[in-house]
Design a protein around this ligand. Sequence first.
Ligand SMILES: [Zn+2]
Length: 421
Amino acid sequence: MKSMLIRNAIIVSQDINRSVFRGNILIEGNRIAYTGPEEKGADEIIDGTGSIAMPGMINTHCHVAMTHLRGQIDDVPLSSFLERTFKLDGERTEKGLYNSALLGIREMVHSGVTSFLDLYYSEDVIARAVEKAGIRGFLAWNTLDEDKTTQKGNPVKNAHHFIGEFRGRDLVTPAIGVQGIYVAGDETYLSALDVADREDTIIHGHLAETREEVYNFVKASKGERPIEHLSKIGFLGPRFIAAHSVWATLNEVRLLSKASASVSWNPVSNAKLGVGGIAPIPEYLNNGVTVSIGSDSTASNNSQDVISSMKFGSIWVKNDRWNPASTNAQMLLDMVTVNAAASLKRKDIGVIAPGMLADIVLMDAGNPRMAPTTISNAVSNIVYSADTSCVSDVIVNGVILKRGGSLLRPAYEDLPFEDYN
Ligand SMILES: [Zn+2]
C-alpha cells in the first residue's frame, strides 16, 4: 500500500474539538492513518511547512454538466433563466454533457473541492467524468413530472435504474433528486422518496428559491406554502437536502428541523439571480438545521468554488442582521466540511483524523492574501482572506489531483476544447 506524509503543516482538523495544530498527516492507501507530532516515514513526502492542511471542501449543490453555460445566461430573472436552460437541456448530446462536466470538475479540483453533490439528468455520463477526474461525486438523478421533462422515459424509473447501476463505487455515490415544486407534483415527490428509502440514498432538490415560486404555489394551493406542503405529504425527512430554501417562514424552518432535513445554502447564486431575500441562516442554525454550502451552476454563480461563497454568504448575513456576530468563521468552515458530510450521511469525509478518507487540501499560507497565518487565525484566513489561488495541493481518496498549484488530473490531454452541448 502506497503511503504519503504531509509534514509540518498547520492542520485545521475539523475534528469534534475543532483542533488546529502543527503536525504531520500520514496517508496509507486512500485513508488517513495518523495525525500528530511524529514525522513517520512514507513513500512520498509533501512538505507542508508554510501551508494549512484542511479537509477537502464539499460543494452540496451544483449542476456540473452546465459549466459550458458560463457567461451565457447572465443578468436575467430565474424564470427566463430556467426557460432558457430547459430548452438547451433538451438539445444536449452525451459527449457535450461529459465534456462540460469535466470542465466543471476541473474547476472544483482547482479550487479545493474534493466532493460535490450534483443535480441533473444523465448522471451516468457525469459519473464517467467523475471517475476519469478522480473527484468524489454524489450524483442525484433529477426527476420531475413525466409530462414536463425532456428525459426519455419516466424520470423516477431512470433515477432508480441509475442508482442500481452505480451503487458500490469508490468515488461515485448515486442518489435521486426532484427539480422543484413548479415541475413536480406529489406523486413525483413521493415516488422519488420511495426510491431513496428502498435504495438507502439521499434525496436532493430545489426548494423555496424565489419569491415568485412561493407566491405561485401559495396561490395555486389556496394558502399553503411549499415547505408546509412537503411536510404535510410526508416528504420531508433526514434523507432530504434542500437547495436554497431562501423563502422559508419560521414555521417552515421548524418543519425542516423537526424532519431532520438539511439545507444547502447557495448565497452567490441567490444574490446573482436577485432572489431578493436571504436564506434565514441564523434561524436554521438556531433550530438545529444542518446547513452546508452549494455553488449552484456556473450559469448562475459563475464559479464552482465554495471559498468565495463562505465569505460572501457570511458577510451578507452580518449586513442583513446588522450584527457582525450573527455568523463566525468556524460556522462557515463547518458548512463546507462537517455539515456537508453530515447532510450526505457520510462519517468518513470532512475531517482530518485517523480512519477518515484522505480528501485533503493544502492552502499556501505564504500567499500574499494569507499572510500572516498562525494557528490562531488559520480558520479566519481560510474563510475571510483566501481565494482559489491559495489552494496549492488537492488530494482525493489518497490520490494527488493538484500539486504545487498545478492540476495533474484531469490530465491536459483529457480536457475537452469543443462540443459542450
Ligand atoms: Zn440548482
